[in-house]
Ligand binder design. Sequence first.
Ligand SMILES: *[C@@H]1O[C@H](CO)[C@@H](O)[C@H](O)[C@H]1NC(C)=O
Ligand SMILES: *[C@@H]1O[C@H](CO)[C@@H](O)[C@H](O)[C@H]1NC(C)=O
Ligand SMILES: *[C@@H]1O[C@H](CO)[C@@H](O)[C@H](O)[C@H]1NC(C)=O
Ligand SMILES: *[C@@H]1O[C@H](CO)[C@@H](O)[C@H](O)[C@H]1NC(C)=O
Ligand SMILES: *[C@@H]1O[C@H](CO)[C@@H](O)[C@H](O)[C@H]1NC(C)=O
Ligand SMILES: *[C@@H]1O[C@H](CO)[C@@H](O)[C@H](O)[C@H]1NC(C)=O
Ligand SMILES: *[C@@H]1O[C@H](CO)[C@@H](O)[C@H](O)[C@H]1NC(C)=O
Ligand SMILES: *[C@@H]1O[C@H](CO)[C@@H](O)[C@H](O)[C@H]1NC(C)=O
Ligand SMILES: *[C@@H]1O[C@H](CO)[C@@H](O)[C@H](O)[C@H]1NC(C)=O
Ligand SMILES: *[C@@H]1O[C@H](CO)[C@@H](O)[C@H](O)[C@H]1NC(C)=O
Length: 453
Amino acid sequence: MKTSIVILVALAFQLLSLEVATGITVVSIDSYGAIANDSSVGAAVSNSHAIAEALQKAAPGEAVLVPRYSHYYTFSSVVSDIADGIQLWIEGELIAVSNITAWPYDGNDYLNILQIENCKDFVLTGHYLGAIRGQGYKWWVNTVFNFIDKTRPNMVEMTNCTNVVVESLRVYNSPRYHFHLSNMTDLIVRDIYIWVDVTAQRDLLEKAKVKRSTSGSGAWNLPMFPLNTDGIDPSGRNILIKNITCQNFDDVVAVKPGKLLTDGCTQNVTVDGAKVIFGVGMSIGSVPPDSDINCIRDVWIRNVEFTNPLKAIYVKTNSGKDGFGIIDNINYQNISIHDPILWPIYIGPQQQKEPDGGGDGIWPPPQPLVNVTNILLQNVTSDNGWLNAGVLRCAESNPCRGITLDNVHVSGWASDFYVCENTQGTVTNSTPVPSCMVNNTMQQGMTTSQNIL
Ligand SMILES: *[C@@H]1O[C@H](CO)[C@@H](O)[C@H](O)[C@H]1NC(C)=O
Ligand SMILES: *[C@@H]1O[C@H](CO)[C@@H](O)[C@H](O)[C@H]1NC(C)=O
Ligand SMILES: *[C@@H]1O[C@H](CO)[C@@H](O)[C@H](O)[C@H]1NC(C)=O
Ligand SMILES: *[C@@H]1O[C@H](CO)[C@@H](O)[C@H](O)[C@H]1NC(C)=O
Ligand SMILES: *[C@@H]1O[C@H](CO)[C@@H](O)[C@H](O)[C@H]1NC(C)=O
Ligand SMILES: *[C@@H]1O[C@H](CO)[C@@H](O)[C@H](O)[C@H]1NC(C)=O
Ligand SMILES: *[C@@H]1O[C@H](CO)[C@@H](O)[C@H](O)[C@H]1NC(C)=O
Ligand SMILES: *[C@@H]1O[C@H](CO)[C@@H](O)[C@H](O)[C@H]1NC(C)=O
Ligand SMILES: *[C@@H]1O[C@H](CO)[C@@H](O)[C@H](O)[C@H]1NC(C)=O
Ligand SMILES: *[C@@H]1O[C@H](CO)[C@@H](O)[C@H](O)[C@H]1NC(C)=O
């Protein structure tokens, strides 16, 4: 009895001092006219406005609160030019209304659920309580059957922001990407749970395949899931993504290029710690050539466990004839892959087939205009696959250079070889050895043959 009182007092004191210590003013979206627990279009319009207005009018250091236990239906909240340490605390749930006819749009794009442009010192947190539900299913159906002529909403879109933290939030079933974070400087994303109803997506694509089989599109016979429900797509510099759990049928993290000739490469990106179910990989790209030179360099992807991925390690160039691209110094370390559905390792031209027939197809030619250099795969295991170990496909006129496989072991039904074209580098302590890399170490100016297996 006595102990519990002491604990209670200690707890109360701790809570009190936390309030004092943080000293953050918290303003509920309710005070801007938000209406909880009401799924009507009217309430969703009010809520979208309330969130945007509360953020736009927040005083320096203020936190805008989506109160816990309540649901708030929304469309799109668009905010720009916020600075001074403003925070958004989503402790309740935001639920995107799945009414496509009522969804606001601008030109060819539906507006994103939460869209923030030009921000500085911003925090988006769920305090391990909150969630955003995208209710993407209707959007996916309409996409698969080509009823949508505009780009679907992303869930969280941030552009051109500096010093941002996104943390401790759960997100479900975005109409399109969950987090599209472009041109960010000093970004941390951590403790994020991303969940997509892949069963619903699979059933949907199965129906579409049946419908399309009459038109004889071979791509639909491969398990490819082109709904673009990516997890996190960042670009910019100094980006740390930590402790992610993700189930989806598209890129888990897709590091997107910056432009070398204008703002600079996307660079210094770390992904550390992730559990992935399905997914189409921790990806670099895709990188098409560009006249400003699309560029990604200095990326570390560590400590990732994949179960049933379509692809896991995925470095992808894209088609295009104008300009150049750079993919340089990409490091995958300590990666374990279980039961891959397609290739656990894929470096080469992006495989893509969109519902409208767009995309480069399933076996496109390698892209010679993008330099792919210095890619390290270290401490990688993949077990129980059924395709061959991996795909390394680079252009004859511009081979991939400085590719290192160190302690990379792929096993499975047909895992005794890689598809390997024009790939140069070193292989140590790895099985199998990509055949086209066996004798090309000398082309790298290496002086010993010790590393050649
Ligand atoms: C919304 O409903 C939940 C129960 O589902 C309740 O706990 C909460 O207080 C409600 N919010 C408001 C503002 O009435
Ligand atoms: C969707 O929005 C339109 C336009 O506001 C409205 O007429 C319609 O009733 C809404 N549908 C549902 C199911 O709420
Ligand atoms: C991006 O932010 C910078 C300031 O950091 C500003 O000068 C620039 O205009 C912004 N770009 C866009 C497209 O808004
Ligand atoms: C990208 O961000 C940088 C740094 O904030 C800024 O200077 C630049 O204007 C941004 N670029 C665009 C296209 O907005
Ligand atoms: C990782 O994030 C999850 C939420 O997705 C959280 O429950 C867990 O405590 C976090 N792990 C660490 C070590 O912070
Ligand atoms: C690279 O990014 C990390 C965050 O992942 C940051 O701590 C570090 O300072 C950055 N390095 C440079 C040189 O800016
Ligand atoms: C490698 O990853 C596993 C989880 O997949 C983790 O438990 C282990 O600590 C990591 N090892 C290193 C050296 O980081
Ligand atoms: C790779 O594995 C070796 C041997 O188990 C270990 O010493 C090293 O720390 C690992 N490196 C990484 C980056 O996980
Ligand atoms: C690509 O590599 C070639 C050969 O090393 C080099 O001449 C060229 O400048 C590189 N292109 C870019 C955009 O860095
Ligand atoms: C590698 O070089 C050895 C010795 O010159 C040769 O016997 C072997 O056929 C070569 N292998 C490949 C894949 O070129």
